[in-house]
Write a protein that binds this ligand. Structure first.
Ligand SMILES: [Zn+2]
Length: 334
């Protein structure tokens, strides 16, 4: 029996034909998840259940090799803890720290929640030696959480710890129109200016699954020296082009968003929003009996290739996006 979670023939063909000559040999992934399910049976998102219960470095490498065959792979690993308990966060943080530290080029991030006392966060940083923090809106007290202001799930005291320790913070901002929303822009600027030793990474191209958001919001963030965006899961080139044009190619970091990278589907912009399309919610094309959907990670790579072409990036600049920019942020030599 074939394993449906591995790269199929069409996925292998897309990589070989379109991407093999574009993707550099050395990869430092800015946005890859790692988890252990041991006490977390209900906590892993449904889309991840078909994958591995405990993601080790070896498992992660073999999975990413399905997306980027033959590449040297390392990452900034982001824990996932969605049960809302400190115990689970601790378990996930310990797992990710231990696994990531087995690879000299990889780094762990640490899951933080507004429920965590800043002194506890500081102690855990000393104990687990993360290079960054991962926060998420599901920890916000606001209902619904996707209407949260940034400090409701990333309190200032935690940003201060990141500044003191020189850490990254990966921020998946919310509110439907994302970086085009004035209060989101305000908090990003406030944190970046007041805490220059913290490096803020805006996930999903400043969560511009619709390129109009980056187009309308990115210029307000121009000139912040500690601001970056990752490419994770975004599958249209417009937001990448805006980031390269407004912030510079040196602020864009390739991210797989494993295991979202291995879901077969695509984020598509519509109106002032976006939708996730996959075999279960879109009828099959008339000309084919097969589902046309492939790894979302491949769709995202195609979009990045298009953006690189439209903005006329050099090979060296493309290598920066896949390795050098993040290596500089994390102090990784390689
Ligand atoms: Zn993610």
């Amino acid at each position: 029996m074939t394993d449906e979670t591995r790269a199929n023939e069409i996925e292998q063909e897309i990589f070989a034909t379109e991407l093999d000559s574009f993707v550099p040999d050395k990869i430092l992934d800015a946005h890859s998840h790692m988890w252990t399910q041991t006490t977390n049976e209900d906590g892993i998102p449904p889309g991840f259940k078909e994958f591995d219960a405990d993601v080790t470095m070896d498992i992660w490498r073999s999975r990413l090799d399905d997306l980027l065959p033959g590449r040297q792979q390392s990452a900034l690993f982001l824990p996932l803890s969605i049960r809302g308990s400190i115990e689970d966060a601790e378990l996930q943080n310990e797992w990710v720290s231990r696994e990531a530290h087995t690879d000299p080029l990889s780094r762990p991030a640490m899951w933080i929640s507004p429920n965590m006392d800043p002194d506890y966060v500081r102690q855990e940083v000393k104990r687990l030696r993360p290079s960054g923090f991962k926060c998420y809106h599901t920890e916000s007290p606001r209902v619904p959480t996707f209407e949260s202001e940034i400090p409701e799930f990333l309190p200032e005291e935690h940003v201060r710890v990141a500044h003191d320790e020189g850490l990254t913070i990966t921020l998946h901002m919310v509110k439907e129109r994302s970086v085009s929303v004035a209060s989101n822009q305000h908090w990003i600027k406030y944190y970046c200016e007041k805490y220059p030793n913290m490096k803020l990474i805006l996930a999903h191209a400043a969560r511009s699954f619709n390129p109009a958001f980056a187009d309308q919001g990115m210029e307000s963030l121009q000139g912040l020296q500690n601001l970056y965006c990752d490419t994770s899961a975004v599958a249209e080139s417009g937001a990448f082009e805006t980031i390269i044009r407004v912030l510079g190619h040196d602020r864009l970091l390739w991210g797989s968003d494993w295991a979202v990278s291995h879901a077969r589907g695509k984020y598509v912009s519509v109106g002032y929003s976006w939708v996730w399309i996959e075999a279960d919610n879109v009828p099959p094309p008339r000309y084919s009996t097969q589902s046309p959907f492939v790894f979302n990670g491949l769709e995202s790579l195609r979009a990045l290739k298009q953006a690189a072409r439209h903005t006329q990036l050099s090979d060296n600049q493309i290598e920066d996006i896949f390795f050098g920019n993040l290596a500089g942020v994390l102090g990784v030599e390689g």
